[in-house]
Structures are given as structure tokens and as C-alpha cells.
Design a protein around this ligand. Structure first.
Ligand SMILES: [Zn+2]
Length: 392
């Protein structure tokens, strides 16, 4: 910054006016014995200018100097001051006979330095003032930088502590997780060994292997029918399963069990045995197996009946047409049922034509009627008839 800025700006002068210690740094400043003021001559000596130049400056900026405390002593005030100087042994002749005395305090001396254009000393004062200010600014900035850094450092330190705490917490969690993982591993090992044991267990082998499962089902079937000896259980089952399926196995099979598993599967065996165990599949009055829930509950019974009727319509004997289940006692009539004794295979035409009429009456009106066919239907009815009173 140009030092002449101070000469031109009152605002800047006010800003710097308290820094009068600059005066002593630029040049030794001699004060009056009161240690506060100097005379016009003394200021002229300090700035190495003549008195008139000085007086012009003071006159031009009088209001500023008055505010600095510059004042001119006269009368009794002057007389008192002269007395004071006399007492301290420092009353020079030029003061002793002066009619008035202008006292200039340090602030005003500094202001003169700010205003004097042609004084080398004044120029040094201004330059010094601005440099000090700059230095101060830098110093203050540096100081605040350090303070900020310290604050940042403290914050970082706090964050560091916080992070350390978190790290410790995570570490703890990690440890307990590690322990849990180990526990789980141990559990898993135990489970594996239990599973191995289970695999070797008879029951598990049974359900894993259809052959074991088959044997188990046959035993349960046997116990249900009160047959305790194993050989008899298998023989009885072979016989009853053929009855249920409606087929006769070939003679001299080397392995009947394998034949059943291959041709019907373990699932059909299981459905049949479970049906008997739960009381859903029962014997008809003539000893044939019947599903009390009706032919629609299994895939066996209607197929069996169709075979019994040579895949022909039980009425008209046609076999080159679609064959559907026909209710002997028509649906919606009392005593009508889905149990297989009431079901015979018929073509759609006969089924529709008979509709809800009495079977025997309707059949006897048909051109294809025969006593043999009617007997066959009667035989079917009796073969599978179940007295439901026994199962209520
Ligand atoms: Zn028909």
C-alpha cells in the first residue's frame, strides 16, 4: 500500500492513530518533562521541517488535531505550565517569554507524520506504520491459522478416539461372531453325525429305499388283518392287491415284490395299504376291496370295472365309443352313490337315454337288452356292494 494513502484519507488516519509507538522506532522523540507533549519547535525538529510548514498542516486539519488533544495554552493556564517547567528545572528562554504555547500530544505528532508530504521522517513513519500493520495482519492471520489448526487437530483427535472406540466395538463383535460361528460349526458337525446315524437307522433306510418301505407297508397291512407271520403277510398282500387292482398276476413269478414295484410302483401300494389302515378302503359284502369315498378318489376302480366289462358299454355292448361312468341308481336319487358297486361303464348315448329312469325298466325297453347283460350288472352290484350301516 502506498504510504501517501494516509496523507489523503482521514478514515485511514483514524484507523492508525493509536499506533504512536511507531514514532520512537523511526527516530528518537524528545518530550517535554510532562512526558506527554512536545512544542511546535520540537515537532519541527523531529520531522526536520520548518515551523511554518508545520503550522499550515495543523491549521488545515485543526479539527482532527483538537480531537487528538492538541491545545494552545494562554493566560493563567500558560502561567501554571511555565511554573511547572520552572520547578522541574526545564524552562527554556523561548518558552519563558512566549505569550502562548501550543502543546502537541503523541497522537497529534503521529497525525502530523501522516500529513507531512515533504518530510523524509514523516514518510518513514507512514511506511513503518503500514508495514507494521501488514506484519500485524500476517501475524494475526498466522495466529488464527494456528488456532484453527489446533481446533482441527483437536477435532481430528476426538474423531480418532471415536474411531478407536468403534474399532474396539467392531473387534468385540467380531470376536463374539467368531465364537458363534464356531458354535454353529460344532452344531453342524453334531447334526451331520446325527444324520449319519439316522441314515443307518432301519426306518430311514426303509423310506430311502422303496424295497424297505414296501416291506414296512406289508407288515402294517398284515397286522391290520391280524396276520402275524411274515410269509403269510406277503402272500396275503399279493392276493389282496390283485383283487384291488382287478388283475391276476402271471404264474411262477420269480419275485412278486419286484413285479409289483415295477408295474404299479410303491405309491400305489402305499395308497392301497393306507386306505385299508385308515378304514377308507373296505371289503364289500362279498369280500372285494371298495373305496368308501367313491371311484373318483382313486385311479384303480373305474379302470378295473371297464376291464370287467371288456371295455364295452354295459348296456349296448359297443366298444368303439367313449366309455364313461354310469350310475345304476341315477344321481340325485335316494340311495345313489359314487361307490363302485353303483358304477358301471356305459356309452354316452345309453347314459343320456337312461338319464334318471329305473335301470331295469329302461334296459328292458332297449333293442339290445338281454338277460345275460342284466345279470352281469346285478352281479357287479352284489360283488362290490357294501352295507354302509357298518361304517357309520
Ligand atoms: Zn351303450
Amino acid at each position: 500500500m502506498n504510504e501517501l494513502a494516509l496523507t489523503e484519507s482521514k478514515v485511514m488516519r483514524e484507523e492508525y492513530i493509536n499506533r504512536d509507538n511507531v514514532l520512537d522506532r523511526v527516530k528518537a522523540l524528545i518530550l517535554l518533562p510532562d512526558n506527554m507533549n512536545v512544542t511546535v519547535e520540537m515537532v519541527a525538529n523531529y520531522y526536520e521541517v520548518d515551523k511554518k510548514t508545520l503550522e499550515k498542516v495543523v491549521e488545515r486539519h485543526n479539527d482532527e488535531f483538537v480531537s487528538d488533544g492538541l491545545k494552545t495554552l494562554k493566560g493563567s493556564e500558560l502561567k501554571d505550565f511555565k511554573g511547572y517547567l520552572q520547578n522541574v528545572g526545564n524552562l527554556s528562554d523561548d518558552i519563558k517569554f512566549a505569550p502562548s504555547l501550543t502543546l502537541i500530544p503523541r497522537r497529534a505528532i503521529l497525525r502530523i507524520g501522516m500529513l507531512l508530504r515533504d518530510s523524509e521522517i514523516a514518510k518513514q513513519v507512514r511506511t513503518y506504520l503500514l508495514n507494521v500493520e501488514n506484519n500485524t495482519t500476517v501475524e494475526i492471520k498466522f495466529q488464527s491459522l494456528i488456532e484453527n489448526s489446533n481446533i482441527k487437530l483437536q477435532q481430528l483427535n476426538n474423531q480418532n478416539i471415536e474411531l478407536l472406540n468403534q474399532a474396539n466395538w467392531i473387534n468385540d463383535q467380531n470376536k463374539s461372531l467368531h465364537i458363534e460361528v464356531n458354535c454353529l460349526k460344532t452344531d453342524l458337525c453334531e447334526m451331520k453325525s446325527v444324520l449319519e446315524d439316522m441314515k443307518n437307522n432301519y426306518i430311514f433306510k426303509m423310506y430311502e429305499n422303496p424295497s424297505y418301505k414296501y416291506n414296512d407297508l406289508i407288515h402294517r397291512f398284515g397286522y391290520k388283518l391280524n396276520i402275524l407271520q411274515e410269509n403269510f403277510q406277503f402272500n396275503k398282500f399279493n392276493k389282496e392287491f390283485q383283487n384291488w387292482i382287478g388283475l391276476v398276476f402271471p404264474d411262477n413269478l420269480p419275485n412278486v415284490k419286484q413285479y409289483i414295484l415295477n408295474n404299479f410302483g410303491i405309491d400305489e401300494v402305499e395308497k392301497f395299504v393306507n386306505g385299508i389302515l385308515t378304514g377308507r378302503i373296505v371289503r364289500s359284502n362279498k369280500g372285494n376291496w371298495v373305496d368308501l369315498n367313491g371311484y373318483t378318489q382313486n385311479d384303480i376302480e373305474f379302470e378295473r370295472i371297464k376291464r370287467e366289462f371288456n371295455n364295452q358299454c354295459a348296456y349296448c355292448s359297443r366298444n368303439n365309443v367313449s366309455i364313461i361312468p354310469e350310475h345304476i341308481i341315477p344321481k340325485h336319487k335316494e340311495k345313489s352313490t359314487d361307490i363302485i358297486y353303483n358304477i358301471i361303464p356305459a356309452c354316452i348315448d345309453c347314459n343320456r337315454d337312461k338319464f334318471d329312469r329305473n335301470m331295469k325298466e329302461w334296459f328292458k325297453e332297449q333293442s339290445f337288452y338281454s338277460d345275460i347283460k342284466l345279470d352281469k350288472i346285478k352281479n357287479h352290484y352284489e360283488k362290490y356292494y357294501v352295507d354302509l350301516k357298518n361304517y357309520k
